[in-house]
Design a protein around this ligand. Structure first.
Ligand code: NAP
Ligand code: GDD
Length: 334
């Protein structure tokens, strides 16, 4: 059976992709970076069925070592500094991991065995100040954050290694996707956790930034299937992966609070601390190419996703799962 290497396996998408590939009988190897506390929460249900190996996108030697040891057929590069606001605070680190990290991995593959297939986690954040609505594969890019700029470098270096060395290197331009496993700082999870905490009397107010921003938001479990499909094509190509509809942060609040029987107007406070130096106002993708060539389409809709996240956070808080101090979580400048 084929072997897949996943970088970023401890993250949201990494955990869903690992589960998906196990169902397809892959041998799954996950690359994890060294941390002082081992952070395998998202992998708990499958931990005994995957192999984990240490490596870091900042260290090319470690990547070469992992590729030599496990000889994967497919490499999914999901690792990145993925949170947009942090990219203004740590632009150089963001460039090292999210941009140059891609070159390190591509070059390691070129050196070890350029027959390995490569998936790069590109992002709709590259469209930034959008030049066309909806955004498709041919839409010009205009990134608006150091993160977006770094992802654009990762995108083009993937195209370049494909064209320079004939590698099966593919870039998936994925629009926002969440799940109950989403990092707490991303807006849809901050909202679902905030709703759950307010409902249970653990929090008074939810502090947010720009509520007019609009995002094309899907379910991570659907999106990892598209990653796999891209690597099964004989002809490596780039694809937009999106739902085709968009929703404001305000709408996310309305749907999530309403699901818990609450009116968001009473609880949400707009706070300048959560505004960004440059905003991406509107993202909405056109997934037609993915539908046509991959046969991919999203299954879980926007409302169902928001509802499942609220339900999951209610269950977690009710079961006493220890989440970060909620007051701190909603006021720290994420
Ligand atoms: P995530 O939950 O933030 O996970 C990021 C992963 O990258 C974590 O496993 C993290 O490890 C790892 N990582 C960070 N720096 C690393 C380094 N230097 N070396 C090795 N590993 C490193 O992100 P996600 O939502 O799953 O997203 C997966 C990928 O898709 C990311 O590249 C993201 O930028 C991109 N993307 C995401 C979305 C979305 O809406 N979710 C949309 C488009 C593109 P630790 O656990 O040790 O921190
Ligand atoms: N995080 C956050 N926190 N965002 C807020 C808040 C808040 O309190 N209030 C409003 N927002 C707005 C942001 O200004 C932004 O316009 C929108 O909500 C979404 O923010 P995030 O959830 O942080 O996601 P993102 O769109 O910046 O980035 C995510 O999607 C990209 C794909 O477009 C990340 O997953 C990236 O890794 C990914 O590439």
């Amino acid at each position: 059976m084929p072997t897949a290497l996943i970088t970023g396996i401890t993250g949201q998408d990494g955990s869903y992709l690992a589960e998906f590939l196990l169902q397809k009988n892959y041998t799954v190897v996950g690359m994890v970076r060294r941390t002082s506390i081992i952070n395998l929460e998202r992998l708990e249900p499958i931990q005994d069925r995957i192999s984990l190996v240490q490596g870091d996108l900042l260290d090319e030697g470690s990547l070469i070592g992992v590729l030599r040891e496990f000889a994967p057929d497919e490499v999914y590069n999901l690792a990145a500094m993925s949170f947009v606001p942090t990219s203004w605070q740590q632009p150089v680190l963001t460039g090292e991991a999210t941009a140059l990290g891609v070159t390190r991995m591509l070059d390691a593959i070129r050196l070890v065995n350029k027959g390995m297939r490569f998936y790069q986690a590109s992002s709709s954040e590259m469209f930034g100040k959008v030049q066309e609505v909806p955004q498709r594969e041919s839409t010009p890019f205009y990134p608006r954050s150091p993160y977006g700029v770094a992802k654009l470098y990762g995108h083009w270096i993937t195209v370049n290694y494909r064209e320079s060395y004939g590698m099966h290197a593919t870039s998936g331009i994925l629009f926002n996707h969440g799940s109950p496993r989403r990092g707490l700082e991303f807006v849809e999870r901050k909202i679902s956790l905030g709703v759950a905490a307010i409902k249970l009397g653990q929090l008074d107010k939810l502090r947010l930034g720009n509520m007019d921003a609009q995002r094309d938001l899907g379910f991570a479990g659907d999106y990892v299937q598209a990653m796999w499909l891209m690597l099964q094509q004989s002809d490596p190509q780039d694809f937009v992966i999106a739902t085709g509809s968009t929703h404001s942060v305000r709408e996310m609040c309305a749907v999530a609070f309403e699901h818990a029987g609450l009116d968001y107007n009473k609880y949400v406070v707009q706070d300048q601390r959560f505004y960004r130096p440059a905003e991406v106002d509107l993202l909405v993708g056109d997934p037609a190419k993915a539908g046509r060539l991959l046969g991919w389409e999203p299954e879980l809709g926007f409302k169902e996703l928001m509802h499942s996240m609220v339900d999951s956070d209610l269950a977690k808080l009710q079961s006493g799962v220890r989440l970060p101090d909620l007051q701190e979580f909603t006021t720290v400048r994420f």
